[in-house]
Design a protein around this ligand. Structure first.
Ligand code: SF4
Length: 474
C-alpha cells in the first residue's frame, strides 16, 4: 500500500500563458511536503516525472518549460512511506484522459480495488491514488460530471484527499475531502491571469500570486477558458489536521485564515502557561519548533537561544527526520543535530520540540544536550502524545512504533516518555490547549492520532489496517 503526504498544485492561465514556470516554482516552495519525487502533467501528454528534489533537475527546467508548454497544468511533490521511490509511483498519474495529483491517504485500498474491478494489486504495489483515479474515471464515464463522481467517491473511500486534476479537454479541477483533513488553497497570479491551487499558500508567495481563500472542505473547483466555477459535493463537519499547524506546514503559509508561524508562537505561549518552568535557557529542536520555543521563552521572560544546529551540508541534513522512511536514516539525521556547548553547559535547559513520534530523535537530542553539560533537561512538546496511527494522510504506520502508544496509564505518559528518552521532565500539549492556541474550534480539528477517536473517518472503532512491516512482509 502506498501512503503519502505530499504537495499538489494546479494552474490555469486565462490569457493562455505557459504556466509551467509557475508550476515548477510552486513545487519548489512545497518541497517540505515531499522530497522523494516530483512531476508535472499537461493535457494530451504523458506526465513528466523525476526522482529527488525539484532543484536537482534545474539543468532541465528550460527544456521542460518548452516541451510541456501549456496554459493548464498540475504538479506534485511526493513523500512515500511504503511504496518504492520509483518513477512508477511518482505523480501525477494518468488514467484515460485524466491526470491526477493527490495529497492524502486512501486507507481502504483493497476494498476500493474490488469496486474498481480488474485490478491485480498486491500489497507491495497497491497505490491509493491510482485506484482513486480509476474509480473517478469509471464514475465520470457513468455520470459525465466530476461533482457527481466525487459525491459517490466520498462514500466509497476511507481517508483523505486534496486532488488536482487536468483533463485532455484542457480543464483543471481541484477537490478537497469533505472533512478538510489536508489543506488546499486558491490563489491568483495577476500578471499571467492565472488561477492557482496549491496545498499551501507558501507556493503563492514564491510566484507573487495572491491568496484568495482556502478551498472549502467538500468543494470542487473547475477552471477552464470560461473561468472559475465552484460546486459543493459534500457538507460535513470539518476535521482539519492539527499536526499541520505544529509540524508539517510551512511557517509562511496561511491555513483557514491562520498564519502557521503566528499559530506556533501562540502554541509556545500557551505551553508556557501550562508548564511554567523556571529554566535558564529555552532552545528549539530545529526547525519546526523554533516559533513555539520563542513564544514559550517570551511568555515567561526567559532567555531564548539556538542551542541545537542542523548540519545542513551533510547528506541527510536537508531531510526532516520524521518523514524519512527508514529507521536507520532517522538515526542518521539525529547525528547531524549538533549542540552548542556554550549555550547549554551547566544550565537548566527547556528544549521545545514539535512532536515525539517514535522517540528516536528525542533520545539522541537529550543525549547530545546532556553531553554538552546541561544540569537539567525539560522537554516541552507542541503536539499531544501521538498514540494511534493516522489514516488521513500522515505516516504513523503502526502503533508499535509510536513511543507513547505502549503507555497504559494515559495520565502517566509524560513521565513514562521522559524515562525512555532520558529527559528530567516531559510536558506534552493537550488537544484543548492546542486548539485554543491555534485559534480554531476544538471540534473542527482532527486529533485522532492522539485520542484514537476515528469517527472523523466515519469509523466507530479503530480500524485494523496492516502495519508497514506486515505490508512489507518483514
Ligand atoms: S490523525 Fe493526526 S496526523 Fe492524521 S489527520 Fe488527524 S491530526 Fe493529522
Amino acid at each position: 500500500m502506498v501512503r503519502e503526504n505530499c504537495g499538489v498544485v494546479a494552474a490555469f492561465s486565462l490569457s493562455n500563458e505557459n504556466v509551467i514556470p509557475l508550476i515548477i516554482d510552486c513545487l519548489r516552495a512545497l518541497q517540505h511536503r515531499g522530497q522523494e519525487a516530483w512531476g508535472i502533467a499537461i493535457p494530451n501528454k504523458t506526465p513528466y516525472k523525476e526522482l529527488g528534489l525539484v532543484t536537482e533537475s534545474s539543468n532541465k527546467f528550460k527544456e521542460i518549460i518548452e516541451k510541456y508548454r501549456s496554459n493548464a497544468a498540475i504538479g506534485h511533490v511526493r513523500y512515500s512511506t511504503i511504496g518504492k521511490s520509483n518513477l512508477d509511483n511518482a505523480q501525477p498519474l494518468k488514467v484515460s484522459d485524466l491526470c491526477i495529483a493527490h495529497n492524502g491517504t486512501i486507507a481502504n485500498v483493497e476494498e476500493l480495488a474490488n469496486m474498481v474491478g480488474g485490478c491485480t494489486f498486491t500489497p507491495q504495489n497497491m497505490n491509493d491514488t491510482l485506484l482513486a483515479a480509476k474509480k473517478i474515471v469509471k464514475l465520470l464515464n457513468e455520470k459525465n460530471d466530476m461533482n457527481n463522481a466525487l459525491k459517490i467517491l466520498k462514500n466509497d473511500i476511507i481517508g483523505s484527499f486534496s486532488f488536482t486534476f487536468v483533463t485532455d479537454e484542457n480543464k483543471i479541477f481541484a477537490a478537497r475531502d469533505p472533512k478538510g483533513f489536508r489543506p488546499l488553497v486558491l490563489g491568483y497570479h495577476k500578471e499571467t491571469e492565472t488561477f492557482v491551487v496549491a496545498s499551501e499558500s507558501c507556493a503563492f508567495l514564491s510566484i507573487g500570486a495572491q491568496l484568495i481563500r482556502d478551498v472549502k472542505p467538500g468543494e470542487l473547483l473547475k477552471i477552464d477558458e470560461s473561468g472559475l466555477d465552484s460546486q459543493q459535493f459534500a457538507n460535513e463537519k470539518h476535521a482539519h489536521c492539527a499536526f499541520e499547524y505544529t509540524y508539517f506546514a510551512h511557517p509562511t503559509s496561511i491555513m483557514e485564515g491562520i498564519n502557521i508561524y503566528i499559530a506556533r508562537k501562540s502554541i509556545g505561549r500557551a505551553l508556557a502557561k501550562k508548564f511554567p518552568i523556571k529554566a535558564d535557557v529555552v532552545i528549539p529542536v530545529p526547525d519546526s519548533a523554533r516559533p513555539a520555543a520563542l513564544g514559550y521563552a517570551q511568555e515567561l521572560g526567559l532567555e531564548f537561544e539556538e542551542g541545537l544546529l542542523k548540519d545542513r551540508y551533510s547528506k541527510k541534513g536537508k531531510l526532516r527526520s520524521f518523514i524519512e522512511p527508514y529507521q536507520k536514516d532517522r538515526e542518521e539525521i539525529a547525528r547531524w543535530i549538533i549542540p552548542i556547548k556554550e549555550v547549554i553547559n551547566n544550565k537548566h535547559v527547556v528544549v521545545v520540540d514539535d512532536s515525539i513520534v517514535r522517540g528516536t530523535s528525542s533520545i539522541a537530542i537529550i543525549n547530545a544536550i546532556r553531553h554538552a553539560g546541561a544540569k537539567r533537561i525539560s522537554m516541552i512538546v507542541s503536539y499531544p502524545a501521538i498514540r494511534f496511527p493516522c489514516y488521513a494522510g500522515i505516516d504513523f504506520p503502526s502503533r508499535e512504533e509510536l513511543i507513547a502508544s505502549n503507555v497504559e496509564d494515559i495520565n502517566g505518559i509524560d513521565k513514562a516518555v521522559a524515562e525512555v528518552i532520558k529527559a528530567d521532565f516531559v510536558g506534552y500539549n493537550d488537544p484543548d490547549t492546542l486548539a485554543n492556541a491555534i485559534g480554531l474550534p476544538r471540534d473542527e480539528l482532527c486529533f485522532t492520532c492522539s485520542t484514537g477517536d476515528y469517527t472523523n473517518l466515519g469509523l466507530i472503532e479503530r480500524p485494523i489496517f496492516k502495519s508497514r512491516r506486515e505490508v512489507k512482509g518483514e
